[in-house]
Design a protein around this ligand. Structure first.
Ligand code: ADP
Length: 718
């Protein structure tokens, strides 16, 4: 058995025993046994160990050690990590001795110890693990010296020299709670925006540049009006940071029919203009003028141009109730959008210094920008200053298009259909061969960035699959810049979505109130001492769906609470879980919110003690940075941007001041379990240290200040 597994089991048992000691009471033990028995029934296991455990508890409570059978005595000794060899009389004497050694082995404390005992047995049973294995695990962990605590050692007086830090008892009353402001359970209470905001609280002093650049972003997303994932946040944050620095920034975005136009200030019509577009039908491509409308507005202070087919075109492009996966053909729509953006820039007389494209959806732009210059001369567009930057936020989607589909840009694709340009070499010999838009974007941009240095390194080392190979060939113009988070959206002292704002001076009390508010609203047990674990994520394989599922189970078994907020095509496992009694809507410890809600996400970060991000790969990741800012300690898998931003609290090779969360390698259930156990252990047995890390986390600067400057420095080198 590995040390890792031994650590999991030991840490789990420790956390459980610690919680048990803190809560105490044989009554609760009985409830737990009943619950465990139900779980066991559901698993179809025999109930012998549980019956034995119940008998053991009873006997210990009544101080009737002599009434225990040999197996029961051995169970007790095992959970105390004491030898189990010898005759019945020896075993009974050893148990009595251990009980006497507790000093205060009577009354409530005796019940508490009985609870710890039974819980250790129940744990082993419920998790389908033999008592013997648990015992061996404890012993092995001890031998290997990796973990000092065992169930017995956690108990205050069993072995004082090696005892873990005593549990800090906390008052269960949450000071400052305002019942009048409490949320109503069963409602979408998170939309209430419980506080007024002070925009000035979020404004950081920024030195204005004396040589402003003109930057245009071409993107499929912009938070908050068109946000599906991190892309929307990044464009918003970067655009706003550059605007504050004095650069002239415009974001060009599709005018999706589902945009909340009430969140766009001063929306006005700019122009109707023609965009060349092609249509492939019956083996022939026909080109025509496609009337397009440009609207201008401001979104949270950012200048936005919105492009859409003119009403007369009766097109379904960008129609539907969702940004993606709506009722239109995304490939056609975004290729048209790229051409429409180019024609808008020409018609409006813009001459930007930088055209910053994002993801495959904008990759048609660099292709046609340089492709048309090759065909019609360098002056054909009047954008003499322009250099093109492409940022890859996720290599997972790279956009493929058949040659004839590319005609939606109004440009014949044959000029791109070679291996050195945009041909996807994996399709050579297939009928038809296809273009890879992301590859075209890489080849035709002046510079390519990805969103963290570690992800850039991982890609070049072979982690980027097919597109990664193209980046290796273009590595002279490839680099990684870490994303930031936007303080306008993410500042807990001034967040309108959270009921009790806080900064690092009052985080302890205010976070406790936010936690209670969330627990009340979601109908969970209002327990200030249950570690609240949160996951806010797209539910797709990249995000480590199996590990999220494991974390939900482990959290519950270890006496914590878990709230998942997520959507995505891999949500099936969570839908099933949500139908069970343990994890369903009446669970006191778990809520699986399979939906998208920006408002609820704010509240979750504010209430959380721990935020998990167990991604298989993560180009940058914003959730862990938001978590830090909201004083929730991130627990992450060491990959991509997670490795650049989260530094393990137990890693002695890292400067103590830099450590801010829990990091694990590997992809197995036991890997995340070990990390969770470490987090729970710190939370439960060294709460003031945990809180110190929380305060420190709030002071980590993951805003756009540095990354925005890095982008400007890079823009100026192009
Ligand atoms: P990705 O871009 O891969 O989805 P990131 O960590 O870069 O992942 O960004 C995710 C962003 O989307 C964060 O701001 C996170 O809070 C938000 N988010 C993800 N899922 C949801 C959801 N279901 N509801 C609200 N916000 C979500």
């Amino acid at each position: 058995m590995s040390l890792a597994r031994a650590r999991v089991a030991t840490a789990r048992a420790t956390a459980r025993a610690t919680a048990s000691t803190a809560r105490g009471g044989a009554r609760r033990a009985t409830t737990r046994v009943a619950r465990a028995r139900r779980a066991q029934d559901a698993m179809g296991d025999g109930s012998k160990p549980l019956r034995r455990a119940a008998a053991t508890t009873r006997a210990l409570r009544e101080d009737d050690v002599d009434g225990l059978k040999v197996d029961e005595l051995k169970d007790v000794l095992r959970t105390m990590a004491l030898p189990v060899s010898g005759r019945k009389a020896d075993l009974a004497a050893r148990v009595k001795e251990a009980l006497a050694a507790r000093g205060e082995g009577e009354g409530e404390d005796e019940d508490e110890d009985a609870t710890a005992t039974i819980e250790a047995v129940v744990e082993a049973t419920v998790e389908g693990r033999a008592v013997e294995e648990a015992e061996a695990t404890f012993a092995e962990a001890r031998e290997e010296g990796g973990v000092a605590e065992t169930v017995m050692e956690t108990r205050a007086d069993a072995a004082p020299a090696e005892t873990a830090a005593p549990v800090e008892r906390r008052a269960s009353v949450v000071e400052g709670w305002d019942e009048a402001r409490a949320p109503t359970p069963g409602t979408a209470f998170w939309n209430a925006m419980p506080r007024a905001t002070r925009a000035d609280a979020r404004e950081a002093e920024v030195t204005k540049t004396t040589s402003p650049l003109r930057v245009v972003h071409i993107t499929a997303e912009l938070a908050p009006i068109a946000k599906v994932g991190g892309l929307g946040d990044v464009v918003e944050g970067l655009a706003r940071a550059h605007g504050k620095m004095g650069h002239a920034v415009t974001v060009i975005l599709p005018f999706y029919s589902c945009l909340p136009t009430d969140k766009i200030d001063g929306l006005t019509h700019v122009m109707d203009y023609d965009v060349t577009k092609g249509r492939y039908q019956d083996g022939e491509t026909r080109y025509f003028n496609f009337r397009t409308t440009a609207m201008r507005g401001r979104v949270n202070g950012i200048d936005v141009i919105l492009l859409k087919p003119h009403d007369d075109e009766r097109s379904n492009i960008f129609q539907g109730s969702k940004i993606y996966g709506g009722s239109y053909d995304e490939r056609e729509a975004y290729l048209y959008f790229c051409r429409a953006a180019r024609e808008f820039l020409i018609a409006s007389g813009e001459n930007p210094n930088i055209i910053h494209c994002h993801e495959w959806q904008a990759c048609g732009f660099p292709m046609i920008f340089w492709g048309l210059r090759d065909a019609y001369g360098q002056d054909c567009d009047g954008m003499s200053n322009a250099k093109i930057m492409l940022t890859i936020h996720n290599l997972d989607s790279n956009g493929e298009a058949r040659q004839e589909e590319f005609c939606a840009t109004g440009v014949d694709a044959s000029m791109f259909a070679t291996v050195d340009k945009a041909l996807d070499e994996r399709t050579i010999g297939h009928n038809p061969e296809r273009l890879c838009l992301l590859k075209g974007g890489i080849v035709y941009s002046n510079h390519v960035t990805t969103v963290s240095p570690t992800y850039a390194t991982e890609i070049l080392a072979g982690g980027g699959g097919f597109t990664g190979k193209n980046l290796v060939g273009n590595k002279h113009k490839f680099s990684g810049i870490l994303n930031g988070i936007d303080p306008e959206s993410w500042t807990p002292s001034d967040d309108p979505f959270i009921p009790y704002g806080y900064d690092s001076t009052n985080v302890k009390s205010q976070k406790a109130l936010c936690k209670k508010y969330l627990q009340r609203g979601l109908g969970m047990k209002e327990d200030p001492d249950a570690p609240l674990v949160v996951c806010v994520s797209r539910l797709v394989p990249q995000k480590g769906v199996n590990l999220i599922e494991q974390a939900i189970r482990t959290t519950r078994f270890n006496g914590g609470q878990f709230v998942l907020l997520g959507t995505g095509h891999s949500d099936g496992v969570f839908r099933k879980m949500a139908e069970t009694e343990e994890f369903g809507e009446n669970s006191d410890s778990t809520r699986l919110m399979l939906m998208y809600s920006d408002a609820l996400s704010h509240l979750l970060y504010a209430a959380a003690d721990i935020v998990i991000v167990p991604s298989m790969f993560e180009p940058c990741g914003l959730t862990q940075m938001i978590a830090l800012r909201y004083a929730a300690l991130p627990l992450v898998r060491r990959t991509g941007g997670l490795a650049d931003t989260v530094f393990d609290i137990d890693d002695a090779s890292i400067d103590e001041n830099e450590r801010n969360g829990f990091v694990f390698d590997g992809t197995g259930a036991e890997d995340i379990d070990v990390a969770l156990s470490r987090a729970f252990n710190l939370y439960k047995s060294k709460r003031s240290t945990f809180e110190e890390y929380q305060k420190r986390a709030m002071n980590v600067d993951n805003t756009w200040t540095e990354p925005a400057q890095s982008y400007i420095d890079l823009y100026r080198t192009l």
